[in-house]
Write a protein that binds this ligand. Structure first.
Ligand code: NAD
Ligand code: ZN
Length: 248
């Protein structure tokens, strides 16, 4: 981990970026870490206790849907009892404050951005509270009273969580919209993502190539840290409220 350093917000280019009228923010599991929701890859990430690569994929679901549902119910429990943190709230306030456009794209499935008040969130990986039928594609909100087993659709098909699993495509329209926004923005905020999961990791790269100012917030360096104009190696819940304030 890089040495902790005081956040310096004095740079005039940073100040200008923080008052931009055209901001896109991409968040990953890290922004929810301070809400007590484990990331996949961090030190107490879900990877260590479960094997998401063996659970979050379609073949695993076909082989053992009960086990996959057990894991999702465990995650829903954790998420359901969690609260949005200062990082989520700062992003919602940033969008409200303006000036201009602030678009939020997330790889998270936990819905905490919406609970903090963010609007029009583009959820690239779906939402853990929705179920989708394997047979007829019907969607429904999850039934939280079900505590075990595999939920069934009216048509008799098995329901799966409506999230994007390993090896699956991201929703095309949302991805296209995200790339359009990234290509056109002045400022791209990259928060709490390991920036290794494609194609989402391509968004900041495109933004930067098109001249955007790239600001990264992550306690750990990522493969994109070197390309960022400004790095804040600290938790999102500490950094984002300060950035919001500095631009107000
Ligand atoms: P990741 O687990 O690969 O990376 C998390 C990143 O967050 C790491 O780089 C880590 O250093 C950083 N981080 C940890 N604590 C932080 C903090 N307090 N502030 C800022 N950053 C912090 O997550 P990813 O890049 O989002 O990709 C993993 C996939 O896992 C995503 O597709 C997502 O759908 C899924 N996932 C979602 C949730 C959720 O919805 N909350 C949780 C776990 C995994
Ligand atoms: Zn069905």
């Amino acid at each position: 981990m890089p040495p902790a350093k005081a956040l310096s917000l004095d740079d005039p280019r940073l100040r200008q970026a923080l008052t931009s009228r055209s901001v896109v923010c991409l968040t990953g599991a890290g922004i929810s870490a301070e809400s007590g929701i484990p990331t996949f890859r961090g030190p107490d990430g879900l990877w260590k206790r479960f094997r998401p690569e063996e659970l979050a994929n379609f073949d695993a679901f076909l082989a053992n849907p009960e086990l996959v549902w057990e894991w999702y119910r465990y995650r829903r429990d954790k998420i359901g009892s969690a609260q949005p943190n200062a990082g989520h709230r700062a992003l919602a306030a940033w969008q409200d404050r303006g000036p201009g456009e602030f678009h939020l794209i997330t790889q998270n499935v936990d819905g905490l951005h919406q609970r903090a008040g963010s609007r029009d969130v583009i959820e690239l990986h779906g939402n853990i509270w929705n179920d989708r039928c394997l047979e007829c594609g019907r969607m429904q909100e999850s039934d939280s009273s079900e505590v075990a087993g595999v939920p069934q659709c009216e048509c008799g098909g098995k329901m799966r969580p409506d999230v994007v699993w390993f090896g699956e495509f991201l929703p095309e329209a949302k991805l296209e919209k995200s790339f359009d926004l990234a290509a056109a923005c002045e400022v791209f905020l990259l928060v709490g993502t390991s920036a290794v999961v494609q194609p989402a990791a391509g968004l900041p790269v495109l933004a930067k190539r098109n001249g955007a100012c790239l600001i990264e917030v992550n306690p750990e360096p990522t493969p994109l840290s070197d390309r960022a104009d400004f790095n804040f190696f600290a938790p999102a819940g500490e950094v984002l409220p300060r950035l919001l304030e500095a631009g107000s």
